[in-house]
Design a protein around this ligand. Structure first.
Ligand code: HEM
Length: 433
């Protein structure tokens, strides 16, 4: 590890954007406020509404920004927008810093060659290699395992006296156990995965302070070291799992070491970092809407609809972005090639043009599933089916086992902007404890 490279990486990825966004926030720029203002972190929706009042596509500090469901969908599906960006257009000092700071062991999930941030043809190649593990049939085969794991975790929590932290004991554990099983990585390392995942999630936000960045980078290094060892083991002794298959691809399809790390790290992190938020967000919303919790207890067949409404109302991923790859026309505006469009998924999911009375939480909402919480287009969430299944089973099992569950203290939000969920969620599982 070279400390000077760490500082360069932090400078170009976090310090510079932070300074810029802070200045924009001070001038009242909504995107700057969304990404920097601590007061906005827990309640971004007021800023979304301010932006919506200015129109479907408005200029912000980072280019254009949209709150509109139609515009968001158009951008996400358009072949004229991509996730990559042209480094050659950046100032020389930035290009130097990116190159100097580049190091496999410090690479996060939102850096190439993670499929999340690469365009075709590489994106198509990476996605094709892993999508077989996420087909509806492959996902459905996990149902018994998810259900058994949910019960086992609740058996463990159920006998504890006093409030329990539902995130630490359940919402985070279930998805990490499921994705570890799916990928064939050792479940005994799950506490490590959770720690590393939290660090990787933090790097999704621009503008981390140095101390937080250094701790995130340390976690990324530990994750890469684990991966290196794990991939080496699978090279010698392959198993019958997705990662073994990726390691033993035929020569013409083989992934480089960097591509392997990026792919496995993304699947592992994306597999639990978001689903845990969905489960936590659902419990808090249903605690605040007790009549809807009661309706779900009376008719568990409503859980899939409830999960869609949670995804819409309190989206675990609040924003993403794309860059125009050609001069295009969007929402009546000429958008030159290279322009960045910030897509506020959380705002699009509350677009009154699509969702009447959008701030109302209503598990019977007929079109809740039209949300963009899993994005759209070619980067549409690969694990959407798995996440839906996990959330339905996790919540239905929780409600069956503990129908009197109540939130019993102030839930603490995670200190994140791109992702939205709870760090701690104290609950009492039954009136007696
Ligand atoms: C509630 C849970 C989840 C939410 C809200 C969610 C959300 C998202 C979103 C919004 C994107 C696209 C971002 C963009 O367009 O820039 C995405 C991509 C992705 N998600 Fe999920 N996700 C969830 C669960 C999962 C799970 C369980 C997995 C399993 C491994 C997963 C794997 C992925 C992968 C691999 C991608 C990249 C796809 C690509 O770039 O082609 N996600 N997810």
């Amino acid at each position: 590890m070279r400390p000077d490279r760490t500082v360069v990486r932090w400078g170009v990825r976090h310090a510079l954007p932070a300074a810029y966004l802070r200045r924009s926030a001070r001038r009242g720029d909504p995107v700057g406020r969304l990404l920097r203002d601590p007061a906005v972190r827990d309640r971004p929706h007021a800023v979304y509404e301010e932006l919506r009042a200015r129109g479907p596509l408005t200029p912000g500090s980072l280019g254009l920004v949209t709150t509109s469901h139609a515009v968001a969908q158009e951008v996400l599906r358009s072949e004229h927008f991509g996730v990559g960006w042209d480094r050659s257009a950046a100032p020389r000092a930035i290009r130097w810093a990116l190159e100097y700071g580049d190091e496999l062991d410090a690479t996060g999930v939102a850096e190439p060659p993670s499929m999340l941030v690469v365009d075709p043809p590489d994106h198509t190649r990476y996605r094709r290699l892993v999508s077989r593990a996420f087909t509806p049939r492959a996902t459905a085969a996990f149902e018994p395992m998810i259900s058994k794991t949910a019960h086992a975790l609740l058996d463990d929590l159920g006998w504890r006296r006093g409030p329990v932290d539902l995130v630490a004991g359940y919402a985070a554990q279930l998805p990490v156990l499921v994705i570890a099983e799916l990928l064939g990585v050792p479940v005994e390392r799950r506490e490590d995965f959770l720690r590393w995942g939290a660090a990787a999630a933090a790097t999704l936000d621009a503008g981390l302070p140095l101390r937080r960045y250094v701790s995130a980078e340390r976690a990324l290094r530990a994750m890469h070291a684990f991966l290196r060892e794990h991939l080496e083991r699978l090279r010698r002794e392959p198993g019958d799992d997705l990662v073994s298959r990726l390691v033993h691809l035929p020569t013409e399809e083989a992934l480089t070491e960097r591509e392997l790390h990026a792919t496995v790290m993304l699947l592992l992190g994306a597999g639990f970092e978001t689903t845990m938020n969905l489960i936590g967000n659902a419990v808090v919303l249903l605690d605040a809407h007790r009549d809807q919790w009661a309706a779900l207890l009376a008719d568990p067949g409503r859980w899939p609809g409830a999960v869609e409404e949670v995804l819409r109302h309190d989206s675990p991923v609040q924003l993403t972005g794309r860059s125009a790859t050609a001069d295009v026309e969007l929402a009546g505006r000429r958008v030159p090639a290279g322009t960045r469009v910030t897509v506020l998924l959380g705002a699009a999911n509350r677009d009154p043009e699509v969702f009447p009375d959008p701030a109302r939480f209503d598990i019977t909402r007929a079109n809740a599933r039209d949300h963009l919480a899993f994005s759209g287009g070619i980067h549409y969430c690969l694990g959407a089916g798995l996440a839906r299944l996990e959330a339905v089973i996790a919540l239905r099992t929780l409600a069956e086992r503990f129908p009197h569950l109540r939130v019993s203290g102030a839930p603490v939000r995670r200190d994140l902007r791109t992702l939205r969920g709870f760090e701690h969620l104290p609950v009492r599982l039954s009136p007696a404890n």
